[in-house]
Design a protein around this ligand. Structure first.
Ligand SMILES: Cc1cc2nc3c(=O)[nH]c(=O)nc-3n(C[C@H](O)[C@H](O)[C@H](O)COP(=O)(O)OP(=O)(O)OC[C@H]3O[C@@H](n4cnc5c(N)ncnc54)[C@H](O)[C@@H]3O)c2cc1C
Length: 556
């Protein structure tokens, strides 16, 4: 019989020496370590939110919250469709870590701040909070974004809005499965996508019939929704067909009398990322719903929701980039190879600086866009520009996030590929913002439509792009060439991505020339606008001051 006492060889006590591993990055303030975000918050009118951002930044970087993020993604939600006796319960069971993170986000107003505190800079402060929260855990930010975005859409129906808005603005997270009227706070999701079409919502086949016996504006819905995230929300903005055409509805999860609505969860999606957050397929079967807006006005009614979730998608993608870059910078500062710290080796410096530039450009653009939402609140004439800017920003940042996440992962070597680090989660998360709230092509075609219908949007964008004229020769040449091509390019659907990419790069460069240190703006323009930079990250041209760029990026 083998002895149970381990031999010296078994324990390997003398060889198992841990050295040259970077420490876990935790118990740091995600806001205070980010000078780019701090500057943008102040510049774009959100200085009054700095203390809020500091508080949330401390929580998000804490070991406790980062552990919750790991737990919520490892112990993913489970569908409990029936109880043990066979009765439908349509319940989703989440790990306690999910509820902890939801409470954290709601307490800090990530879902509602601009509506609770409607003042200049409110969207900028909210964007900063969402940027921070997304660096802790992305899944919970999906219900935050949808609840935030539901408010302007619901306002199409003043009676419903007066009833629901106070619940949506509450800073209490209340996960109980009871009527919303009895809860301390409520959240709203959306159910637009069907099997036969997500981008093309006019292909929706879910039917809505009037049910006046159930109350004013009440309908009954029958059909199937192919994607419905955060299915334990209290209500869902839903599109369905009436005699008058595609119409928007609010579907409560629990009816006012306390009985469950017929909101039948068929299964949960087994997703690549965003795994802490449940996304369900839902059957509507004679399901109770209130109409929001007029019959046939469904798209017009729900567009404000889509517009606001696009802002959040851009912020989320920028946050994924930021957190990936922070992890790369942290690792490179602690790891040595071939006798020197990675962060001190010229080629790694080039990679890290290129990553930092991409992240800074994304954050700067997202925060400028958030100010656009504040500007448009004060002056509706700004709305066409903000619509265009939102689509450009959403397309571009979401396209860059997976590229940045993959390169940052490589900076950690093999450790970056292992689930002990946050990199696999960030990498899996990176593509989703490009898919939901308008996939890339759909966004680019939207942009062409905006250019055709709202020439003032383009005129305002051109003004914005001229704001840094004379600040960088590469930028001047790039913008002049773009302006020359704009009219013809705006007519060519097949070239829409090329046009949007040029608009996005011009805008990012313009913002950096105006607001970032010269060495950042110069390196960005030289590498992105002049054809000198390569197709991979880490190909900044020789003159770039990589050390100074990375020093600026991270106060670790
Ligand atoms: C994790 C996750 C959660 C989601 N949660 C929700 C939710 O809560 N509620 C909800 O309603 N939906 C949700 N969705 C669905 C999402 O919004 C849709 O998947 C998305 O809108 C795309 O629709 P689709 O899947 O039907 O693809 P399609 O519309 O079939 O598009 C497929 C591809 O074709 C492209 N395309 C479409 N039209 C054109 C065109 N005219 N020219 C060129 N290219 C085109 C698109 O850009 C896309 O790349 C979720 C999706 C995911 C992945």
């Amino acid at each position: 019989m083998a002895s149970s006492a381990p031999s010296k060889t078994d324990t390997q006590s003398e060889t198992h020496i841990v050295e040259n591993q970077s420490p876990v990055l935790e118990d740091y303030n995600v806001f205070e370590s980010d000078p780019v975000l701090f500057d943008a918050l102040l510049r774009e009118g959100g200085a009054w939110g700095a203390d809020r951002a500091r508080t949330l930044g401390g929580r998000v970087g804490s070991a406790e919250v980062l552990q919750c993020a790991r737990d919520a993604n490892r112990h993913t939600p489970e569908l409990c469709s029936h109880d043990r006796a066979g009765n439908r319960i349509d319940w989703v069971d989440y790990h306690p870590a999910w509820h902890h993170l939801m409470a954290l986000a709601v307490e800090h107003g990530v879902h509602a701040l601009p509506w609770r505190y409607p003042q200049p800079g409110a969207h900028v402060v909210k964007a900063a909070l969402a940027y921070l929260m997304n660096q802790g855990e992305n899944g919970v930010c999906c219900p935050m974004a949808m609840s935030f975005a539901a408010v302007p859409a619901l306002r199409a129906e003043p009676v419903l809005s007066a009833e629901w808005e106070p619940r949506l603005l509450s800073l209490c997270y209340d996960a109980r499965f009871i009527p919303a009227s009895e809860k301390r706070g409520a959240l709203i999701g959306m159910a637009m996508t069907e099997k036969q079409g997500g981008s093309d919502v006019r292909a929706n086949t879910t039917q809505a019939v009037r049910a006046p016996e159930d109350g004013e504006g009440v309908y009954r819905l029958t059909g199937h929704k192919w994607f419905c995230s955060a299915p334990m929300s209290d209500a869902f903005l839903t599109l369905a067909q009436t005699d008058g055409g595609l119409t928007c509805f609010l579907v409560p999860r629990v009816l006012p009398d306390g009985t469950p609505n017929r909101f039948l969860l068929q299964r949960l999606k087994d997703k690549l990322g965003n795994r802490s957050n449940a996304s369900a397929e839902v059957e509507y079967s004679d399901t109770f719903a209130w109409r929001v807006g007029g019959e046939g006005d469904g798209v017009r009614t729900i567009i404000p929701m889509v517009h606001h979730t696009r802002l959040d998608a851009a912020i989320s993608a920028a946050a994924v980039m930021r957190q990936a870059v922070v992890q790369a910078l942290h690792h490179a500062a602690h790891r040595t190879a071939f006798g020197a710290r990675l962060a001190d080796q010229p080629l790694m410096q080039n990679v890290l600086a290129d990553l930092a530039l991409e992240s800074e450009a994304a954050a700067t653009m997202a925060m400028r866009l958030a100010r656009g939402f504040d500007d448009a609140t004060a002056d509706p004439a700004q709305e066409p520009f903000v619509r265009l800017a939102t689509a450009v920003t959403k397309f571009w940042i979401c396209k860059r996030a997976p590229v940045v996440a993959a390169e940052a992962m490589e900076c950690l070597g093999g450790n970056g590929y292992v689930e002990d680090s946050p990199m696999p989660r960030l990498y899996r998360e990176a593509p989703v913002n490009g898919i939901w709230e308008g996939s890339g092509n759909v966004i680019c075609l939207d942009i062409l439509r905006t250019l055709a219908r709202e020439p003032q949007a383009l005129a305002a964008m051109v003004d914005e792009l001229r704001a840094a004229k004379g600040g960088n020769a590469h930028l001047d040449t790039y913008v002049a060439a773009l302006e020359k091509d704009l009219n013809s390019a705006a007519l060519d659907a097949g070239q829409a991505r090329t046009l949007v990419e040029r608009l996005a790069l011009s805008w990012q460069a313009t913002l950096l020339v105006q607001h970032a240190p010269g060495l950042v703006a110069d390196a960005f323009c030289a590498s992105r606008l002049d054809g000198v930079g390569g197709r991979t990250l880490g190909t900044l041209p020789g003159g770039a001051d990589s050390m100074a760029i990375t020093d600026r990026a991270w106060r670790g």
